[in-house]
Ligand binder design. Structure first.
Ligand code: APR
Length: 309
């Protein structure tokens, strides 16, 4: 357990993440921050009142300022606007960049040693904004995307094969968008390569569905985007850090030569422990996968080059 975790953005993703963090007792205090007056206070109080029933001792508080967040160990940034039908993640670019910039400035002042987990979209560019504004080292600015994209892919595979989600290992790398790169060669069922259990023609539509998993939910919800699985993804990363689990998870990281790429945030396998990103794993990719990853990096660099810092 750490002392304090702040979640910025008390909307769907942020509030759900705060509740999950408290239920797992990952910190003594959870601070929920939002610009909307009353929202973080009301949600935080409501969540804390579930403590006697759920049986957690974590104290959740809500606020519109940053004083209460001082010296947070981990800060999860979910502030921003969510996608509406027909909007791509990149449509959110300048609005969310302004929001993530102002949040990051405050956090750098009040919690200079925090590890940041970014959830706001477009994800990889928002990581770049947060890293540029805070000046934090790359070990402490981590994007949540791969865990979510992989979870979607694993869910669909479990359904297609009619087996437990526990036994499916899979990783989706690259940017959090249409160019994401599901690694078929590393998709296994209890170590059995997926193509021994399913034909490529059966797998392709599943990969496509995972790629469009966010849009599928936006289409249903109409007024917002996914939040149960995204908050689960963020909290799995928080837990790996808090418990120093040294888990290998696909996360967006600032590359400095890995996979032949420099100065770009991209989803890659990392080791997560108490220091944040403790290692970036460089695994062998097929020529197609390497090419897809390079294409994905280009898709991240384009908005990066126009975003206002
Ligand atoms: N500081 C703090 N909170 C802010 C700020 C800010 N400057 N600007 C906006 N917010 C808050 C809003 O008031 C709102 O409560 O961020 C919250 C966002 O919540 P939702 O609209 O419910 O959006 P949500 O579904 O949680 O998604 C948030 O995560 O997955 C991504 O694409 C998604 O970028 C979006 C983000």
């Amino acid at each position: 357990m750490v002392n304090k975790i702040t979640v910025v953005g008390a909307g769907n993703v942020g509030a759900t993440a705060a509740q999950r963090i408290a239920e797992k007792e990952l910190s003594r205090t959870v601070v929920l921050v939002d610009i909307a007056e009353g929202t973080p206070q009301g949600k935080g109080l409501d969540q804390w009142e579930s403590a006697p029933i759920e049986g957690f001792d974590t104290r959740i508080i809500g606020t519109n300022g940053y004083d209460e967040t001082a010296n947070s160990d981990i800060v999860v940034i979910t502030a921003g606007i969510a996608r509406k039908p027909g909007m791509s993640r990149d449509d959110l670019l300048n609005t969310n960049a302004g929001i993530v910039k102002s949040v990051s400035e405050q956090i750098a002042k009040t919690s200079p040693n925090a590890i940041l987990i970014i959830v706001s979209n477009p994800l990889d560019v928002m990581c770049y904004v947060a890293k540029s504004v805070t000046g934090f080292p790359r070990e402490r600015v981590i994007g949540m995307a791969g865990v979510l994209d992989s979870a979607r892919y694993r869910s669909f595979l479990a359904e297609a094969l009619s087996i437990s989600v526990h036994d499916i290992q899979a990783m989706v790398l690259g940017g959090h968008g249409d160019t994401m790169v599901p690694l078929i060669s590393y998709t296994t069922v209890s170590g059995i390569p997926i193509l021994q259990l399913m034909k490529k023609e059966q797998l392709d539509p599943i990969v496509d569905r995972a790629r469009n998993g966010g849009a599928e939910i936006v289409k249903f919800l109409k007024t917002g985007s996914a939040y149960y699985a995204p908050s689960s993804g963020a909290v799995q990363m928080v837990e790996a850090i808090v418990k120093d689990q040294k888990r290998i998870l696909p996360c967006s990281a600032w590359l400095q030569g890995e996979y032949g790429m420099t100065d770009v945030f991209l989803g890659v396998p990392v080791k997560l422990g108490k220091g944040g990103i403790e290692q970036i794993l460089e695994i062998e990719l097929t020529a197609d996968e390497q090419a897809a990853l390079a294409k994905s990096a280009d898709a991240v660099r384009e908005p990066m080059s126009v975003v206002k810092l």
